[in-house]
Design a protein around this ligand. Sequence first.
Ligand code: GCU
Length: 698
Amino acid sequence: WLSYHAELPGAKGAARTAAPLWSRLIDVQEQHLVIDTALSELKQGLGKLYGEQPVIHHSQSQSTDSGEQRKPSIRLGTWAGNNQVASAFTETERAAVQGEGFIIREDDSLQELVIGSETPQGVLYAVFHLLRELTLKQGKSEEAGSALDGEKPLFITEQPVNQLRMINQWDNVDGSIERGYAGRSIFYENGEFTQDLGRIRDYARLLASTGINAISINNVNVHKQESLFLTERYLGDVAKVAAEFRAYGIRLFLCANYASPIEVGGLQTADPLDQQVREWWNIQTAKVYAAIPDFGGYLIKADSENRPGPFTYNRDHADGANMLAEALRPFGGLVIWRCFVYNCKQDWRDRTTDRARAAYDHFKPLDGRFADNVILQIKNGPMDFQVREAVSPLFGAMENTNQVIEFQITQEYTGQQRHLAYLVPQWKEILDFDTYAKGKGSEIKRIADGSLYQRQYSGFAAVSNIGADASWTGHPLAQANLYGYGRLGWNPELSAEAIADEWVRLTFGHDEQVVERITGMLLSSLDIYENYTAPLGVGWMVNPDHHYGPNVDGYEYSKWGTYHFADCHGIGVDRTVKSGTGYTSQYHAENATRYESLETCPDELILFFHHVPYTHVLHSGKTVIQHIYDTHFEGAAQAEALLETWRELEVKVDTVIFDKVAALQEEQADHAKEWRDMINTYFYRKSGIQDEQARKIY
Ligand code: GCU
């Protein structure tokens, strides 16, 4: 999405729109690493867009040349670092954007474009925003068949809605990636940091262009070798990577092993209240900051899926997190503490333990006990990134705690970047969900952005979907998820449609057929995937461990707490207060009542909240069993149609990309039939109920 169309098939011969006069010269006053990045991005981008790179002129700060004498140019900088930029805006205008926000204004009479922000990061975001707007505008002018003359001058004011906009890499130092579907790690190989910092820099560039400002670079499951990242063994390498991200305004975090005092420090204990342990963290953290002065902090997975944590010492999560917070506080560092805590050694015969309840049960009682530089990172749902599950009731339950929402861009349960699944519509639905925590209008997006509870730290985190694959994401169209995540973190009000349209136009150009077909594929993809996989919010039904492909009972008798309870009468998990696990009570009254009752529970979550007979009639008017048959036949047919749609674009899309996507869509179409037949056959055999349309079920 950053080629600015220079790399599109036929681009070289394509007529470019006339370059605005200001695009030939960039005037800058200040020296700053991130401003330098902004300059080089702008130079490159304008060069690609208009065929000629602008000249960069470093003018004296405080220079007083008057408007009349100036050459047409772009002036770019921060309020404090560039007096001409600052004076181009009124105080009120400047006050309207803070921190990483920015203003861009085109002045027709002066033939000038001014880009200003309070911070260098804001200037960089402005540059990417401008280049995006100009690329998108070229499409509009191609459409209109004319240049941009007569259009209103640009005036753009942007302010990121979320403060922390973070990416989590689940990369291991051996070069593998946990739940990675796009090749090996770009960070590590064979136990060492890669020497190819260029690819890392490209990645920083990709991320910054969408507004990302933080990254953790190792797996949340911190193994033996990665535990040493905090030590001299690797700190020099970590610092080099941090420098690449720093140039793009991105702060680096590390996942740390909670048991490090034992495993790295040789102590007998990792008890958070032990003085020696605290001292160990203080010293180690100081070493990290000596190597990386702007280090972000630690991301911690503790007492979760067999990872060590404070429970071993009869301490709770607040004790654990606050100890690390103390070590990080002198340096302005943060502890990001994950809430993905549940019993992963459950007995499937035990119907009272409900994995969905776990995060709330563990963390809600700790509200108010976390230090002010601790942020809880809460997965979007209570289970684990299923294609459909309820939203986590922890959102809206912790008024006195900093929180970020965690999404999963990598498609662990949504087709692993072999199937097409554009996730932005799902994220939108979650963000727009009203928790009623402070009455109507208490949407999750307002908890994530910190505004509902006026929290100091807040935002988005997500598991990345990239690897060393040439297209970054395995499935080339899965790039839309990375792009969309960043854009949504910047502004959750953007629609899934608008984001898809942007990404397709930036990536594939403005050919209307291409835009329409690819956005259409993206926007329908998640519903299609849901249609042929686990029905009505029940989730799972995948092969254990690797989580790809259908296996209805794959997790049914396992310890992971992910059951569907299908028998010959019915299916679903009773999570009601009346007769089930009581999970519904974790929501505020409006939602609790809605989910508790079969009459009001939405169809798409009926099996998440209720155990019902196959003959139960949904709001749609269909029985559960007929819904299962219909959606599975439909989903498989739709997957086939995706392939047909893609094939129509053969002559219009780069051949390598075309072939790659075609092969993947073929696999998806085929695999969707496998899902259809496994699910339909399973439920036909369990229920003995015929398909009303007498289609082929095995
Ligand atoms: C899922 C995933 C694991 C991961 C875990 C987590 O369970 O399958 O690989 O470690 O989430 O988020 O910590």
